[in-house]
Write a protein that binds this ligand. Structure first.
Ligand code: ATP
Ligand code: MG
Length: 351
């Protein structure tokens, strides 16, 4: 089995992958996402290394046949409470092969209350991505959602859980709101002024900033998982299968066939819902800065990767008469990496 996305190593400057272990700067960034966990580090030459794993696992009966099969496929597993558990990207691939659902440690942006094994799995995945700290107490900024505006939930428990987990691994953990991470990663040319929106699996996270100062942050409770759940219901398939169809490359402007049409219908609804909620929140806030000029709005996160995303966003923004003058709607160059990069920027500037 090939691990297509596992441990992707991206050299931001200089394009050749290298196998030697370069000396790293101190400080790490970690994007704790409902769908993906992503880490970011930088070496002394300024090259960025990003690693990612699906935030998912699958447990399998412990018998010789399965053990041999996993070994032959080169899939790593751990034994947890007497069951074989496969974590991360291979779990997602196995789920689709066996027509099963993956189990997910997080739901709607936060640690899942329904998953008893969630913490153990998160620890394994984070250890795999971050490795040990380079010095005791190395700083690690991790992303947290802002409190949702359309859902009664606060992030205190979630934040505490990951702080604890990271400090058990030897890090000094500091949290960073996900929308603000997008501003730090993507709006440097704008003096860190504008609107950053992270379109994730569990939710959307929004941050309005003026000269690197947060003015307003919040989240809305629908993301890519919402599309998958609804497409799965509409087509009578598993949600993991719906995810695979969606990620294969659908263009919202030109969907092909019944499955892509279902993705398009729910995707447009998701974008509309999210922008209307953002508009309402902006209109009811006392904290909105009065920007002297039209602002840049930058989208990141996996859910912004669908074909035609920016066009649909622009259409919907026009329809709802957005309360702020927008100079430009843009998608981050590497949407899946932005939050981790923003966390790394915070860690390195904190040092
Ligand atoms: N090419 C693609 N087209 C459409 N959606 C995609 C694509 N690639 C990934 N996604 C979706 O992006 C979402 C994951 O994005 P991301 O990794 O930014 O979320 P997350 O940070 O894990 O979640 P959250 O921030 O909500 O906790 C999933 O719903 C995934 O299916
Ligand atoms: Mg995210």
């Amino acid at each position: 089995m090939t691990e297509k996305r596992a441990d992707i190593t991206i050299q931001a400057q200089g394009s050749r992958a290298s196998f030697r272990q370069p000396e790293l700067e101190l400080g790490k960034g970690l994007d704790v996402g409902t769908a993906n966990l992503v880490s970011a580090v930088q070496d002394k030459e300024g090259n960025l290394t990003i690693k990612s794993q699906r935030n998912a696992f699958i447990d399998i009966e412990q018998d010789d046949f399965t053990r041999n099969m996993l070994t032959k496929l080169g899939v790593q597993y751990v034994v947890l409470n007497g069951r074989m558990v496969v974590i991360g990207d291979p779990a997602f691939e196995l789920a689709n092969i066996f027509n099963r659902e993956t189990r997910r440690p997080m739901k709607d942006g936060m640690i899942s209350p329904k998953e008893v094994d969630a913490l153990g799995i998160e620890k394994l995945l984070i250890e795999k991505l971050l490795g040990p700290p380079q010095v005791e107490g190395e700083l690690c900024y991790f992303s947290v959602p802002a409190n949702p505006i359309d859902f009664d939930m606060n992030v205190i428990y979630h934040k505490g859980v990951f702080e604890g987990l990271l400090s058990k691994l030897g890090y000094t953990a500091k949290s960073l709101e996900e929308g603000f991470a997008i501003v730090l990663a993507e709006l440097a040319d704008e003096d860190f002024s504008g609107i950053g929106i992270s379109c994730g699996g569990g939710m959307h996270n929004v941050c309005v900033a003026y000269k690197a100062v947060k003015a307003l942050t919040f989240s809305t409770s629908r993301g890519g998982d919402w599309v998958d759940r609804n497409v799965a219901n509409a087509l009578g398939i598993k949600a993991s299968k719906a995810t695979a169809i969606k990620e294969k490359g659908v263009d919202l402007r030109n969907p092909h066939g019944r499955e892509e049409k279902a993705v398009e219908i729910y995707y447009r609804e998701l974008i509309k819902y999210t922008l209307i909620n953002i508009k309402k929140r902006f209109e009811s806030s006392d904290h909105m800065p009065s920007f002297p000029e039209p602002v840049e709005i930058v989208f990141a996160g996996g859910t912004s990767m669908i074909g035609g995303f920016e066009e649909v966003v622009r259409d919907e923004l026009e329809k709802i008469q957005f309360p702020i003058d927008i100079k430009h709607v843009r998608r981050a160059e590497d949407p899946l990496m932005s939050v981790a990069k923003g966390c790394l920027v915070a860690a390195m500037s904190d040092l």
